[in-house]
Design a protein around this ligand. Structure first.
Ligand code: NAD
Ligand code: MG
Length: 416
């Protein structure tokens, strides 16, 4: 585990020596997405250094086939079976295997490689990521929802399998690097930075009528739609608190959030002696991705050089949880336990999809999440999952409740 310095040094040794020049074998889950695309950009900058086993996507067969050919992957898998024909056709004569359906994604994710990039969005990534861990591959985890839905399970599974979860989320990647070989007992605070999102300077009143287009304009990062909306509500930072709790085995009171609009300081760790180690860099996902793919070594220069004389002024502010209740909600869920974080995630996924579809307002997102947790608690769903199957079943129940809330809001709005 990432919090286990012994595991870090043991693995460091195994990559040295005669294996050093061998291409590293990787698979990319969610290859057509934003993380997938940035991962491909890192591969392109290190020709011959990586060999790709599997690439997967939800439904875009053409784009997946293009990626499979470009990376010379062994297998390409699409979740949506309707794309099967197009995928087979696009790959005919290439020697690249084509498959479809969720089971095929799980099978591909479970092919042992050095590192599986977990770049699927949402709880759809749970079973494939678990398969990767169980097969003994290290997991470069972007898919933070895995830890929010079933963090204790994933951490325990990784320990049993003896694999490392490498944090690809930029903040957690920074924390991982800032922790270095230090003992977690010496940590006073882990401070996650947040850009503040596109509504940092908006009032609650203005946010109430924000459209998807407004929320999709992220000031410093270009990412998939779900995480971009999460960044606008600050739910993303809330999910990241939960993610950090599991990755680094620290309690909520050791986790802080600070708003840093320039996104240059990616996060920091303060030690009990008063020393703070911060990790800085350009806001570009290729940095944490390259770090994970090359770990415990370092990759080549990708043209990303931080010049602080050109970065301008770096500012840091306290987050406003009255304006952004999702952050408070995530903290409360973290304190309440694994059941609450699971429900929070499911309800948030439903609410974000409803907001993007124009069915609920921006401020309803956190409200739906909060109400769903309450309704689920009263329905006796407050038992923390102890397997990924449990987590998926709680996720399904919570989605059902959240969809009822969305339908309620929908009717109310249309009757106005
Ligand atoms: P995205 O929407 O751009 O891409 C998601 C990928 O997952 C696509 O390849 C899509 O085809 C695939 N996918 C979606 N639903 C699927 C399903 N049901 N079954 C199989 N595959 C499915 O999302 P993204 O921005 O790349 O984010 C991916 C994950 O990484 C998220 O958990 C996000 O929070 C995290 N993350 C992203 C960034 C970023 O810069 N984009 C940064 C940090 C963390
Ligand atoms: Mg992040």
């Amino acid at each position: 585990m990432v919090s286990d310095s012994e595991a870090v040094s043991a693995d460091s040794n195994s990559v040295d020596g005669d294996q050093a020049d061998q291409p590293r074998r990787i698979s990319i889950l969610g290859a057509t997405g934003s993380i997938g695309t940035s991962t491909l950009a890192v591969l392109d900058q290190h020709p011959g250094a990586f060999e790709v086993e599997a690439v997967t996507a939800f439904g875009n067969a053409e784009s997946l086939a293009r990626i499979a050919k470009h990376t010379r992957a062994r297998i390409a898998v699409i979740a949506d079976r309707r794309g099967h024909g197009s995928l087979v056709q696009a790959l005919s004569g290439t020697g690249i295997e084509a498959a479809s359906g969720e089971d095929a994604i799980i099978e591909a994710a479970g092919r042992p490689v050095d590192t599986v990039v977990a770049g699927i969005v949402g709880s759809a990534g749970l079973s494939p990521t678990l398969a990767a861990i169980r097969s003994g591959s290290n997991v470069a985890l972007a898919n933070k929802e895995c830890l929010v839905c079933a963090g204790s399970v994933f951490v325990a599974e990784a320990r049993v399998a003896g694999v490392t979860i490498l944090p690809m989320d930029s903040e957690h990647n920074a924390v991982f690097q800032a922790l270095g070989g230090n003992a977690i007992e010496d940590v006073d605070k882990i401070v996650l930075t947040a850009s503040g999102g596109p509504f940092r300077d908006w009032t609650r009143e203005a946010m109430a009528s924000a459209r998807p287009d407004d929320a999709l304009k992220h000031p410093s990062w270009s990412m998939g739609p779900k995480i971009t909306i999460d960044s606008a509500t600050l739910m993303n930072k809330g999910l990241e608190l939960i993610e950090a709790h599991h990755l680094f085995a620290v309690s909520g009171d050791k986790l802080d959030v600070v708003v840093h609009p320039q996104s240059i300081v990616h996060s920091m760790v303060s030690y009990r002696d008063g020393t703070t180690i911060a990790v800085l860099g350009e806001p570009d996902m290729r940095l944490p991705i390259s770090h994970c793919l090359w770990w415990p070594d370092r990759g080549e220069n990708m043209g990303l050089r931080l010049d602080l004389t050109k970065a301008g002024r770096l500012t840091f502010l306290k987050p406003d949880t009255n304006k952004f209740p999702a952050l408070r909600l995530a903290r409360e869920a973290l304190e309440a336990g694994g059941w609450a974080t699971n429900i929070l995630n499911a309800a948030n996924e439903v609410a974000v999809a409803a907001f993007l579809a124009g069915n609920v307002g921006f401020l309803e997102i956190a409200r739906i999440a909060e109400d769903t947790i309450e309704v689920a608690r009263s329905a006796g769903l407050d038992r923390s999952p102890s397997t990924v199957a449990d987590a998926l079943s709680l996720d399904r129940e919570s989605r059902r409740i959240a969809k009822e809330r969305v339908a309620g809001i929908d009717t109310r709005t249309t009757h106005h």
